[in-house]
Ligand binder design. Structure first.
Ligand SMILES: Nc1ncnc2c1ncn2[C@@H]1O[C@H](COP(=O)(O)OP(=O)(O)OP(=O)(O)O)[C@@H](O)[C@H]1O
Ligand SMILES: [Mg+2]
Length: 308
């Protein structure tokens, strides 16, 4: 069974004065296996939050279906499998973190003893002890995000759906969230999170989906997506005569010089191997042979251009 599955999910928002209908999601089909860490990428307005709200039973799809742990998200009971971190978590500002978690524990039907145990577990995990008694009202973005994450984890759900969990955080805050996601992955949880912070996604996801204007343009394993694109190699050589260097340059797609030697750039792996062998045959020395992988950032930017 998939942990999360959507089939042709489409959402059209209606009823805006002076505006036509907006198709915010267009036949989105996704599958996420249990225990995956899935990064859901897209620019502002791509439809990430719309998707997440449908998965969390907070919004109805116009057409199509969505399932979490095999259960239809149109049934509110499906929510019990999900821990949800909203884009902008809302809190009762006059409660402190301990009271906040207690409140959500009650909503989950936990007993008093279970709620106390939950507080111990989550206060440790999210470093809430020092702020246990402070009202949320004065909290910084980072403190709110930690508390929001703790709320999502109340009741120990199997599937975590996180809407931009790292946005607005400083590098330390982002690292904490990354480490937490990896820890939860180690505990067998399925994690689905949206982001436009590509570096964060690159570091922790096994698979990604890229959403462009409501359409999924790419879904796949990160290493495969990027591997397919290893198509530029940088070769550094020394000890070449001017004539040999010119001959090698003619077979390359770019050249430059540095104190390390002559750099030759070749846009495919076979061509790069041929250039390396030319260098050796002309008496040169290979200093470096480096395939340049495309970063997720570059990949992402190109995907944006393919959908108009
Ligand atoms: N309640 C609504 N009524 C009308 N249009 C909406 C509504 N909510 C979202 N939209 C539109 O749907 C599209 C997708 O919005 P959504 O919030 O899902 O994007 P997002 O990928 O989460 O963006 P962001 O990165 O800014 O959070 C946008 O064009 C947005 O204007
Ligand atoms: Mg959003």
């Amino acid at each position: 069974m998939d942990a999360i599955a959507t089939r042709n999910l489409t959402k059209v928002y209606r009823g805006h004065i002076g505006r036509g209908a907006v198709k915010s999601l267009d036949r989105l089909t996704l599958t996420i296996a249990p225990n995956e860490v899935f990064g859901f990428l897209g620019r502002n307005g791509a439809g990430k939050t719309t998707t997440i709200k449908i998965l969390c039973s907070l919004l109805r799809a116009t057409t199509g279906e969505a399932f979490v742990m095999g259960q239809d998200t149109r049934r509110r009971a499906t929510r019990k499998h999900i821990g949800y971190l909203p884009e902008n978590p809302y809190f009762y500002e006059y409660l402190n973190p301990r009271e906040t978690l207690d409140f959500y524990g009650e909503l989950h039907g936990l007993t008093r003893a279970e709620r106390a145990a939950e507080w111990d577990r989550l206060a440790g995990l999210l470093d809430l002890r020092d702020i246990a008694g402070q009202r949320v009202r004065g909290f910084s973005k980072g403190m709110r995000q930690r508390l929001g994450f703790a709320v999502a984890l109340v009741g120990d759900p199997e599937v975590l759906i996180l809407d931009e969990p790292m946005s607005g955080l400083d590098p330390l805050g982002r690292r904490m969230i990354r480490e937490l996601i990896l820890l939860l992955h180690g505990q067998g949880k399925t994690i689905f999170f949206s982001s436009h912070v590509l570096g964060d996604v690159e570091q922790i996801c096994s698979r990604v989906g890229i959403l462009v204007k409501g359409k999924l343009t790419t879904q796949g394993r990160l290493d495969e997506l990027l591997n397919r694109r290893v198509n530029r190699v940088e070769i550094i050589a020394t000890g070449l005569s001017e004539a040999a260097a010119a001959a090698v340059a003619a077979r390359s797609d770019g050249v430059r010089e540095s104190e390390q030697g002559r750099h030759f750039f070749v846009n495919d792996l076979d061509g790069a191997n041929a250039v390396a062998s030319d260098i050796l045959q002309s008496g040169g020395t290979l200093v470096e042979f480096t395939p340049i992988r495309e970063s997720l950032e570059e990949y992402f930017m190109r995907e944006q251009e393919t959908v108009s």
